[in-house]
Design a binder for this molecule. Sequence first.
Ligand SMILES: [Zn+2]
Length: 245
Amino acid sequence: MVISQLLASGGLWLSLGDTEILVDPGPGCIVHSTKRKLRADKLSAIILSHRHLDHSADVNVMIEAMTQGGFKRRGWLFAPADALDTDPVIYPYLRDFLDGIEVLQEGKSYSVGNVSFITPVRHVHPVETYGILFRAGGHTFSYITDSRYFDGLCRSYGGELLIINVVRLESDGRPIDHLSVPDVAHIIKEIKPQTAILTHFGMTIWRAKPWEIAQRLSEETGVRVLAARDGMKFDLAEVEGETPP
Ligand SMILES: [Zn+2]
């Protein structure tokens, strides 16, 4: 999908109160974000779930944009160790432009502005990979990034909104480190969010029409399931958060 650009691959832009966070800036992020008038110089942080190209290709240019071409030292970067050390995807000269870099680790919690998040479990994927459980403004929501299904995946995440990467239509028994539609049906039934958003579609999903898959999953799970679209916006006010004390 990335090489055909049938669907855009720029990542997720979170706007949570005064805190803006960019997650997984894949190829095209700088183009799509500027076109949509999203201001990179307002970002507080960039998070990479893992170093694969479809999640990190534009991380360098987005660091430049966040720091106004390196003229203003600001913003944080969160990434697994192997994205920084072993086979780095972030240019060393850009790292000095940042306020700091934090290495993502299993079970650790982090905070940016008024947002806190944890990376509860290391995923089963060829490179070091973490999904994220966010808390902000009375809301809790999860981003389950690339992974093979494993025991413990469901219980690591929760919240009223689930954003989940689904690459394959069927699991078909082949060992492949991505979630399929049957995996995602199971995960949604276990986590029971109020809304689930499917994203990161592979070609088999695209051919089967993601919006029809979402409709089927809504019927099967009883949860409102949406298929992401390019430029899609979701307002967290659509799901009910914790009631304030
Ligand atoms: Zn990946």
